[in-house]
Design a protein around this ligand. Sequence first.
Ligand code: AGP
Length: 608
Amino acid sequence: MCGIVGFAGDQNAAPILLEGLKLLEYRGYDSAGIAVMNEGKIALTKSQGKIANLCEKTQDGTTMPGFIGIGHTRWATHGAPNDTNAHPHLSNDGKFAVVHNGIIENYMALREELTAKGFVFKSETDTEVIVNLLELYYKGNLKAAVMKTAARLEGSYALGVACADFPDRLFAVREASPLIIGVGVGENHFASDVTAIISHTRNVIYLEDGEFAELTADNVTVYDCMGNAIEPQVTRISWDIEAAEKGGYEHFMLKEIMEQPRAIKATIEPRVKDGRIVLDDFDMTEEQFKNINKILITACGSSYYVACAAKYMIEQLCRIPVTTELASELRYCDPIIDERTLLIVLSQSGETADTIAALKECKARGARTLAIVNVVGSTIAKLADNVLYTWAGPEIAVATTKAYTTQMAVMFMFALYAADKLGKLDNAEYDRLVCELLLLPGVVQRAIDLSSDIPELAKKYYKTRSLFFIGRNVDYAICLEGSLKMKEISYIHSEAYAAGELKHGPIALVDDKTLLIAAACYENLFEKTLSNIKEVKARGAEVLGIALEGNRAMSAEADEVLYVPRTEPMFNAIAEIIPMQLLSYYVAKENGCDIDKPKNLAKSVTVE
Ligand code: AGP
């Protein structure tokens, strides 16, 4: 996810663009740039890293005079974060500049077509095809060139376009990526969201997919996809800047929990082509898979708990032994690794020191390595032989949610891909599972919709000082993550335990002050977990059960029940975590905790 801004007014644009980019930095911050119209030419400055670097390079915009301009802060999707790949991008003839948020799915074909026509590409980005299409189609009519260019694009895009032949205006185009127009007095703006412009105007137009706008200092014209001028609805924003950055949610964590259906969709859909799973540049033949005698998955924290859940699915489908190891342990345990080991590394940040060290250790011993990372161009992404990105977008809250579930989605795809390569699935079963996979964004949305009772439950439980999460098989793996969420944002001691293990000691702790959260969505072992619930109920404990929709037996035993939508049993985990995320969020809120920045924690643990 990137952030774009544009300004057309009666004062220097550069300082305003930089200020807007700073307010969008939470959307992406690996590189940035601005382009300003000055004396009929486009002046361009770009820089790797945070907006502060760009401010320094342009002396807070004072080195770039001009009243019209566009800007971009990048969350890299195609091409590493560096000056060359940073936006804005210029056309070959230097007449056009473009900023873009989204992904152009057909950019490779367009790049080949334009290259054949003599265009030269300088960056690795998908965006550069857009600015050269504008040059290709421009015959003096800027609006026509914008429309012809947009008609060639497949995928998602919020575009800002500047043209040296029209130094008094900008175009903004929206398709499947958010884009708003800020209507001011003597000035007009466009931006990826309200945050960037709310200090200048509270009057905004939310462009719809297919619509585009033409902005000058004194006028905004909105067009439909056919190029007909339409009367836009102008909305008055009542939010303050901080609320706007969180999209109206009180905390980033809640915003990111709610973004999970979109994030999972963005992670899965581009990797299902004609009903087949394609794992980007990761490809192993049947022979290579058969040569693997161990799949080892390593990570830290929540990423490690994804590994624990994925183990069950990969083993069930592939019948290859899967081991999971904490990276901080793996790096020092003289691991038995060789070229027949496939190491899978999970990391949201791609910068976790223990995980980097474990990856290096295993590479040195000959393992083939696959990284699943949320930050493009991060250290782990660069170190691994192959990388599969989770397209969750920047995750701001320290407690991970959407990165966790998108990692889970990638592991589901890996398991299906590997099972198919190993001939473990017939075509009908493979097709069925791929269809179920594509339904997961909707399943997760339903899990969110089913969680409306949680704020009330949090009021009942927030004074708890210690609790257990119990489950069996993949339910237990989910309990590990649910328990970590509770610990790290509400500061309540909690422990995840295999339900069958309680009787081997921990049940000594159970009394009428004990709260247990019993996850029982893995229905093959439901009765066993129910027995464990009865054991602890007999000792006076309070039990909050988590079960699949329609399960009546749980409500007969547990004091409270949260329901999870039914999906393919192997995929349950991705929905089962939702009520646990929300419960920890609302309990922490009741306790007045600093939810987005919990004490003692960091978003990326780059030290040992
Ligand atoms: C999760 O909520 C925590 N913030 C933490 O456990 C995190 O998962 C862990 O530090 C690993 O981080 P990574 O995924 O960026 O490698």
